[in-house]
Structure formats: structure tokens, C-alpha cells
Design a binder for this molecule. Structure first.
Ligand code: NAD
Length: 243
């Protein structure tokens, strides 16, 4: 079965639906939006799939361990992990508080570590597994006002590549998906002018959809991607080309 963190909405919800559409049972991880997670589960069940919602704050190792215990009881061991939960708390470095820095690192980077540590032993026993972490184009092109976010997302690349090497002998792959600008609640927080500025420099001339990111994640989670590991796959309309 597959566990997707932060799956109450946006890219996570679309990923849960895509994996369920491919025949996997899915655990829909949520943190603050129980209703969103219920809606994700209902949509999957409505399409004939199987899913459960699980409350799980990735920043809190105890919550992760308890959440994964619950998921394993309901659906069995985690074979596919999508570490998608993420937040942004933008601000210029000169004025960034420790809390703003730590908060983003705790969710985006520590969070992926906590969940991976908890699910990897079962993958190792099964000698099969798929780990996909959701980073960002910001990890390698940077973004003014997003030092905390970019650092956390770059950290995910290092984490995932270390995992790829550690786990390759057990046929477990670990890959990164790096979205560009995707139309979700995260980008809805930007004002219209900023959104227009971003789309004007995207070669494909528009934002991506959560489903377009989910399709790439679902491929990396599939048997067809057995020979892909340690990769960083951009889903950015060409925005980060060459970087
Ligand atoms: P979103 O804000 O709609 O979704 C983020 C999800 O993470 C939500 O479900 C939220 O509840 C969950 N979450 C936040 N803190 C959590 C915690 N402590 N524990 C568990 N869950 C938590 O945003 P989205 O655009 O769907 O983002 C999904 C991922 O994609 C994030 O990691 C984000 O950084 C990344 N990303 C998004 C974009 C974009 O343009 N939208 C671009 C690049 C990368």
C-alpha cells in the first residue's frame, strides 16, 4: 500500500488519487484538514479504490510513528511512500526569525526523515519499495525570500540520494520530483501580479496542475520505473531547464 503525506488537498490529494487509480490501497495523511482528507478518501472510494485517512504531523516523530502503526494495521506495510507534506513561510534572511527557519525545516526536511525512517524497515524486509520526495525547483534555482524553503527542499535531494544508495541493494528506489509553479492553495497565496510574473517565464506559459505532478510521481512509484533511482525529475513546464 501507499502512504502519501499531506494528502488532504493539492498535489498530495491528486497523488493519492493517481496511486489508487493504479490499483494501490492508499493511506491519505493529513495534518490540519481532516475534512479535506475525508474528501480525498471519498473521491478514491467513489472511483472504486480503497483508502483510509490518517492524522499524522510529519514534524512530530511520535505522531508519525503512531500514524504509521495505524495505517499498517488497516492496510498492511507501506510499499510506496510519497513525502509530499510541505509548507512555506517566506521572508528575507536578514529578518528571518529562528521560528520561521525551524518551522519550515521541521515540516519539509525533518518530516520526510521521520516518515522514511519509520517505513523503510518494512520495505527492506519486503525487498521492494518506492520512495518519492516532493522537492521544488526552488531547491536548485533558489528564490529570494525563500531561504528556509529552498534549503529544506535542497536537503530533500541529499536525503533522497543517500536513501537511493543505501536501499538500492534491496530493490528500493528513491527519487525526487521537483515541481515548478503548480496551481494549488500554496500558490493561491501569491497575488495575481506575482503569478503573472511566474507564468510569463515558464516556457509552457502556464502553471502546472496537481494531476500533472501526480502522474510523474505515480510513474516513479510503479514497477515500470524499476531502473530509476536517485533522480531529480522536474515537472515545471521547462522553467528550470538547464539548471
Ligand atoms: P498545499 O499547501 O495545498 O498542500 C500541502 C499539504 O501539506 C497540505 O495537505 C498540508 O495539510 C500538509 N502539511 C503541512 N504541514 C504538515 C505537517 N506538519 N504534517 C503533515 N502534513 C502537513 O500545497 P501543494 O502545492 O499541494 O504542496 C505539496 C508539496 O509540493 C509541498 O511539499 C510543496 O512544497 C511542494 N511544491 C509545491 C509547488 C507549488 O507550486 N504548489 C511547487 C513546488 C513544490
Amino acid at each position: 500500500m501507499a502512504l502519501v503525506t499531506g494528502a488532504s488537498r493539492g498535489i498530495g490529494a491528486a497523488t493519492a488519487a493517481a496511486l489508487a487509480g493504479g490499483g494501490r490501497r492508499v493511506a491519505v495523511g493529513w495534518h490540519s484538514d481532516a475534512e479535506g482528507a475525508k474528501a480525498t478518501v471519498a473521491a478514491i472510494e467513489g472511483a472504486g479504490g480503497e483508502a483510509v485517512a490518517v492524522g499524522l504531523d510529519v514534524a512530530d516523530a511520535g505522531s508519525v510513528d503512531a500514524g504509521v502503526d495505524q495505517v499498517e494495521e488497516a492496510l498492511g506495510p507501506v510499499a510506496v511512500l510519497v513525502s509530499n507534506a510541505g509548507i512555506a513561510a517566506d521572508g528575507l534572511v536578514a529578518r528571518m526569525s529562528d521560528d520561521r527557519w525551524r518551522g519550515v525545516m521541521a515540516t519539509n526536511l525533518d518530516g520526510a526523515f521521520h516518515v522514511t525512517r519509520r517505513v523503510v524497515p518494512a520495505m527492506m524486509r519486503a525487498r521492494w519499495g518506492r520512495i518519492v520526495t516532493v522537492s521544488s525547483i526552488g531547491a536548485y534555482v533558489g528564490a529570494a525570500g525563500q531561504a528556509n524553503y529552498a534549503a529544506s527542499k535542497a536537503g530533500l535531494v541529499g536525503l533522497t540520494r543517500a536513501l537511493a544508495r543505501e536501499l538500492a541493494p534491496r530493490s528500493i528506489t528513491a527519487n525526487v520530483v521537483a515541481p515548478g509553479a503548480v496551481a494549488t492553495d500554496m500558490t493561491a497565496a501569491l497575488d495575481g501580479i506575482r503569478r503573472d510574473q511566474i507564468t510569463s517565464v515558464v516556457p509552457l506559459g502556464r502553471m502546472g496542475t496537481p494531476e500533472e505532478v501526480a502522474a510523474v510521481i505515480a510513474f516513479l512509484a510503479s514497477d515500470a520505473a524499476a531502473y530509476v533511482t536517485g533522480a531529480v525529475v522536474p515537472v515545471d513546464g521547462g522553467l528550470g531547464m538547464g539548471s
